[in-house]
Ligand binder design. Sequence first.
Ligand SMILES: Nc1ncnc2c1ncn2[C@@H]1O[C@H](COP(=O)(O)OP(=O)(O)OP(=O)(O)O)[C@@H](O)[C@H]1O
Ligand SMILES: [Mg+2]
Length: 508
Amino acid sequence: MSDNHAYLQMQGISKSFPGVQALKSVDFSVAKGEIHALVGENGAGKSTLMKVLTGALLRDEGEISLNNLPIEINNPGDAQQLGISMIHQELSLIPYLTVGQNIYLGREPRARVSTFIDWPELYSKAQSLLDQLNVNVDSRASVQDLSIAQRQMVEVAKALSFNADLIAMDEPTSSLTDRETEVLFQVMRSFKERGISIIFISHRLEEVFEIADRITVLRDGETIGTADVGDLDIDRVVRMMVGRQLGDLYPKDEFERGGIVLEAAGLQEGRELKPVDVTLRAGEILGIAGLAGAGRTALAETLFGVRPAEKGQIKIGGRAVPIQHPGQAIRLGMGFVPEDRKLQGLFLNMAVRENVVISALPEVSRFSFINFSEADKLARNFIEKLQIRTPSVKQLIRNLSGGNQQKVIIARWLTLKPKILILDEPTRGIDVATKAEIHALMNQLAKDGVAVMMVSSDLPEVLGVSDRILVMRAGKIVAEFSREEATQDNIMHAATGGRENNAQQRPQ
Ligand SMILES: Nc1ncnc2c1ncn2[C@@H]1O[C@H](COP(=O)(O)OP(=O)(O)OP(=O)(O)O)[C@@H](O)[C@H]1O
Ligand SMILES: [Mg+2]
């Protein structure tokens, strides 16, 4: 496949890691000023292909050319010289440095005839980049004080600062809200108008169809195909991704719910959680909807003792319990899959097996010796259940693809067999096929009597999975819908404070 109009052309790219051939003779090309989406299941090879392009990884085989001229990319510096920038799946900013320092890290402007950094120049250049993107971020602000969306924009500004002609964005929207995504899309469209090419990786296919000109699908390290968005639809792309027709995304069984297992009254924490009341029944999946900042994560974290309640009471099994830290919550039979899994839970230098079983250690160890064959069995069981793609249970978790790392965290909590399981954005960054697996697993847990609470920004997911839905706004629960009553519209109205919604509004 040779495409003479291509700006970037990658041909026959192969890359192996011990035990895994991540890329098998992949062909991929991008035109000038094009937004080209790269999609595929977790572990398909998307990030690897982009790392090869940007010099973070060396390919084993294959040719890369720009404007029909062969190029060598052996390190990130080479790529930058050629106008190729990348925004990594794991944001790479250093939290305790300022925005400007991060943008110009290692290439700070120097004052003339001096080795000193020209700080005013650095901050004004950084600010003008941010202003170009229309983002409200101060170049002197410390990165740790920024929201995820703002950090993402700083990454975009950084990519732009290299005068890039081609920017690869690896799941830039996975932690953005719809509104933030729209802002990023405007920026992407303006890049396009300037002739900048963009490679866009996302698991949200609706989004891909909204922004991309063409789509390339990877499966198991191979190119399955490239086509104009106009010639494709979501079903078709999913089939190309998974190699088969996908079953129901939101399977739902009917069964009896049990009694109330958790009851929280007047729960209050800081500014983010006004007094809220929540009850949770055995065998139900309670969805928590709302916009970013509405207090959903605060609610989850308060129930689990990550940030203990300042006021209010939690009862489990009818008995008032103090939950001051997660250890207590775990002893009471609770589990919690946090939103930010990278920061809050992975032991990157340990193997997949240890990461899965670490919480279940008492079960697989005796007299503080770990029984490795038991641990192996447990880990393998979950690797299969969640379709975690890894060459072995001994693989270091840092070598797994982003989505597969997330599945490991979910698996870890499941090994604990919690009676109450709280999941915060459980399928963010997870491919469509596995998403369906996780939903099926949540249903199975509920059927087994577990009380499941799920925070999600993905409305179709909330509607598809939940038995009951609470909507939060400004730290309060503002509406409650049964599965039958809930629609995308009435949830959005409640979440934004719109008035015409027919569900009963909770007293505030
Ligand atoms: N440094 C590494 N060492 C070993 N294996 C690796 C390494 N990096 C990636 N892999 C493996 O290569 C394969 C492709 O991974 P890659 O990160 O490219 O997937 P991806 O398509 O980006 O997935 P996701 O959607 O989950 O981000 C996976 O099987 C992964 O485990
Ligand atoms: Mg990836």
